[in-house]
Write a protein of this length. Sequence first.
Lengths: 110, 142
Amino acid sequence: MNAEERDLQIHPIVPENVVANSKTIVDLHSLSSSLLGIAAGVLGLESYSGFLFYLLGTLFVSFLIITFPMGGKPNVYVRGGWKDVALADVTGGVMGYVLTWTLFFGLVRV
Amino acid sequence: MSRSAPSKVLIAFSSILLAHACYSAHEHSLLSTVLQSATPSAAGTPTTGSSLPLDITLETLVSVALLLVGIVSSGWELKPISLRKYAGLLESGQIVPDGMDAKSAKGKKKGLFDGLEERPGFLDIRKQRKEFADWIKQQDDS
């Protein structure tokens, strides 16, 4: 029995809550990435600056998630702490972001 | 998830702001193309996409930031993952377990281990045997 298993036995966790929390966080990230895409399209960002904007926006959203629903204590709600909040479903978020980014870029500048 | 009133107002206000910023950016790009085709001196210069005025840029950034704040702060419920904390919150009634709303959970025991406290009473096996015998007799008569 290694150290992590022993820690789990001493401090047991509720797996349903872990799943529900990570689902909520992924939902928030995908929703906010679409909104960030709208902003990037309106601003007319291109190539690297657009992805940099996404990165900054996701960090901002993670900060908000840690501040508001978690009350500044990510370790209570997520096993990996703030890293799990920031890195939750990055690829899916980028997909939604690029989708609305290109859509609004085309809508605004035609 | 129950949305609180301030975040609802914030979401509505910043959505309007974002829509306005979007429309302004569209108008600006339309205006610049029209102006460029109207004035022959500027017709040679290529259209620059990222020459948005500062106020539209600021409006977009502020509206998206406010919208994100409004969405994230609108009552998303997260549950603590450690069993100790979760069971404590359940028993004190601060969290209602899944499949129960606040009204039906009132008055009931809500802790994780309260199922262990309840057990069915003893079975009256003689009475059941008598009932069964009566039933058999009834079947035979008919």
